[in-house]
Write a protein that binds this ligand. Structure first.
Ligand code: NDP
Length: 323
């Protein structure tokens, strides 16, 4: 890549901070390290509320990005998604419209936006793959967020057809890592359980996991995901989305997650499952065949190593973590 300015919106969140970490720690000039001529900008909402078109334009005029990795979004766990469907729909529609349209107006060469596997239909055959996004309605519990993300794919195609823009999107499965949101009420499963176990150890109380522990999920470490975004930035130029995930054979049960957290935390107290609480869907595997075919293989961080590092980060950063 010649001289380029890469603007990462949502650059201070879980995924954005992981991209920053990889760019700053991988050897310069290496596959995932910083390349000569690249300037990376990691923007937070304090640099401009992207729901506002004027603020979006100001951010673009300030940095003049040639490339955008668009991560900024209103993100939440199931509880907030269920309660604030219109807010999730509207805030994310506004953010996405402003980022894509400003990118078009300022002739940004490429935009990669971040979707989520919740864009997929509720009733669909498994494994999920990139051709199934629009085959039916998303799950009712988070339809606001899901539709706002689905429309990014629609917009990418429309911008390409009408204006020839190089806009595309990535679909990660469940992400975890340092700088996640560890809020007890409103986090995703891994950060929520890490925080619960931390408090159980600190207070000498039982560590209670909601549900049976049987559901299976694919979890991707934020530092691995960061490398995939960097690869997409440099090598992927197609409007069609790509699922960024570990393989279907790498599903992990919630019990395995909880066991690994107990071990990493050194928790020795009472540890139980509250089977009166709902489990959610048993599994919803997604295929990473397209990713591996195009990327030519990828060495994923083993789940236990990634989880250990995340727990260590949380314990050491408790005062500054989002709790
Ligand atoms: P985080 O909640 O960790 O970070 C969100 C980022 O977006 C922050 O940098 C935040 O800035 C910024 N942001 C939020 N609202 C605005 C706004 N109105 N204007 C400008 N910036 C804003 O999110 P993640 O890193 O977890 O998520 C990144 C992307 O990945 C999102 O698009 C999300 O939908 C997607 N995703 C996440 C998954 C997960 O498991 N976490 C799974 C699948 C997809 P600030 O902190 O300064 O407010």
């Amino acid at each position: 890549m010649a001289s380029s300015v890469i603007l990462v919106t949502g650059g201070t969140g879980l995924v954005g901070s992981a991209i920053k970490h990889v760019i700053e720690t991988e050897p310069e000039g290496s596959r995932f390290g910083k390349r000569p001529g690249e300037t990376w900008i990691f923007a937070s909402s304090s640099e401009g509320d992207l729901r506002d078109p004027v603020a979006a334009r100001k951010l673009f005029d300030k940095y003049k990005p040639t490339h955008v990795i668009h991560l900024a979004a209103l993100v939440g766990g199931l509880f907030r998604n269920m309660k604030y469907k219109l807010t999730f729909l509207r805030d994310n529609l506004l953010i996405n419209d402003n980022v894509l349209h400003t990118s078009y107006l300022t002739q940004t060469q490429k935009v990669i936006s971040c979707l989520s596997t919740c864009v997929f239909p509720d009733k669909v055959s498994y494994p999920l793959d990139e051709d199934k996004i629009h085959l039916g309605l998303p799950h009712e519990s988070n339809f606001g967020y899901a539709h706002s993300k689905r429309l990014v794919d629609v917009m990418n195609h429309a911008y390409k057809e009408e204006f020839g823009c190089n806009f595309t999107s990535a679909i990660p499965t469940n992400i975890f890592g340092p700088n996640d949101n560890f809020d007890l009420e409103d986090s995703h499963v891994i950060p929520g359980l890490i925080h619960k176990c931390y408090l159980a150890k600190k207070n000498g109380t039982p560590f209670v996991v909601s549900g049976t522990g049987k559901p299976l999920r694919q979890f991707i470490y934020s530092y691995d995901l960061a490398k995939m975004f960097i690869w997409m930035l440099r090598e992927y130029d197609d409007v069609e989305p790509i699922i960024l995930s570990v393989g279907e054979d790498e599903e992990v049960s919630i019990k395995q997650v909880a066991d690994a957290i107990v071990k990493a935390m050194g928790f020795k107290g009472e540890y139980t499952f509250d089977t009166t609480r709902a489990d959610g869907q048993y599994r919803k595997p997604a295929s990473n065949a397209k990713l591996l075919k195009l990327m030519g293989g990828f060495e994923f961080t083993p789940f236990d190593t990634a989880l250990n590092d995340t727990v260590k980060w949380f314990v050491e950063s408790y005062d500054k973590a989002r709790t």
